[in-house]
Design a protein. Structure first.
Length: 343
């Protein structure tokens, strides 16, 4: 795997899933409304909300489809936790499930929905300890954000709108103003760090995420994003440590498991890399076709040629025009005539 190929994939998947994390920007081309008459190229999201143990919740749960932290569609599950969201335009979304707020933190899955695609999700609620987030050691953005002043909230809303319209420079300046008005505005500070990360201003990005983590070490978004910063800085052991902490906070996040696997792969921990990437594949399914590419890299380093070729071929089947497709086809030429891709 070349450094160029790795970082092309990193930037694409970072935008798609962190990403958790790209909560301050509306993706380019995203439609303002998901209601009304749906064109034929709109997709759907089917899913199920479960308890941290994997068992059914046993009650109706509210589920929101969000862009930039704002709900654009709300549906409710049936009594078994199953939900359906239809007429969804292609783009980057967060799907968030809200259970009993005395017992559970909201469960979230970020996804990149291709035009006209249908995806399936499993969303895990996260348990609170003794009904308290603080006891559980997890601080949510909602808890911090609700303490923000009206001026800070208006500033953050303005920043989101600017970034959503593509006026990123102005949006960043407004985010700086937001965290000046209210320094502990977690969502705004996290969003500012994301923008720095996307611009490769890695030290600036790390500063924003570390500010949050100094006060709330268990805040998942900042922990995950700081791990991505360390990956891009090629500080692989540190990235693996931070991302391992992140998955201990939210073990249901497929993207986090995948990037932890990549960090371990780059640290030559092949067994650990395989475990995390396979776990990401189980959680993310077709939403993360790159798991096949990185699993192929693991097998290639272990001299498991047949298994490696199979994974690169699977990547091409799921993402024939993806950013890793060219490199996958190049690798497949060494797999023999029978294995050369026809995608």
């Amino acid at each position: 795997m070349t450094a160029k190929t790795f970082w092309v994939a990193f930037l694409v998947l970072t935008f798609a899933v962190f990403l958790v994390e790209v909560r301050a920007q509306t993706p380019e081309g995203m439609k303002e409304s998901l209601s009304g008459n749906a064109p034929a190229d709109e997709g759907s999201i089917d899913g199920r909300v479960v308890l941290p143990s994997g068992r059914a919740v046993g009650q109706i749960i509210r589920v929101t489809l969000e862009v930039g932290g704002s709900a654009v569609k709300t549906v409710y599950t049936d009594s078994t936790g199953v939900f359906h969201i239809t007429n969804v335009a292609g783009g980057v979304y967060s799907v968030r499930a809200y259970g009993d707020d005395l017992l559970y933190l909201p469960g979230t899955q970020d996804l990149w929905l291709k035009v006209g695609a249908s995806v399936q999700l499993t969303i895990y609620l996260r348990a609170k300890s003794n009904g308290s987030e603080q006891v559980a050691g997890i601080v949510s953005a909602e808890d911090w954000d609700k303490l923000a002043s009206r001026d800070a909230k208006k500033s953050f809303e303005k920043a989101q709108k600017l970034i959503g319209k593509g006026e990123v420079d102005s949006g960043i300046e407004e985010l700086k103003h937001t965290v000046t008005v209210y320094p502990d505005y977690a969502s705004a500070r996290n969003a500012l760090g994301v923008q720095y990360l996307k611009r490769n201003q890695l030290q600036d990005a790390a500063r924003e995420f570390e500010y949050i983590l100094n006060k709330a070490p268990k805040f998942f978004d900042a922990k995950f994003n700081l791990g991505l910063v360390r990956l891009q800085q090629q500080q692989y052991p540190d990235a693996a440590r931070i991302l391992n902490d992140a998955v201990s906070i939210d073990s249901s996040n497929a993207a986090c498991h995948m990037w932890l696997g990549v960090a371990r792969l780059q640290s030559s921990d092949l067994k650990g890399a395989e475990e995390e990437i396979v776990r990401a594949q189980a959680l993310g399914g077709p939403q993360l076709p790159a798991v096949h590419y990185y699993l192929g890299q693991v097998y290639a380093r272990e001299n498991r040629k047949e298994d490696a070729c199979r994974q690169f071929d699977e990547y091409l089947k799921e993402s024939s025009t993806g950013d890793l497709a060219s490199d996958s086809r190049r690798i497949m030429k060494n797999c023999g005539p029978a294995a050369e891709p026809k995608h």
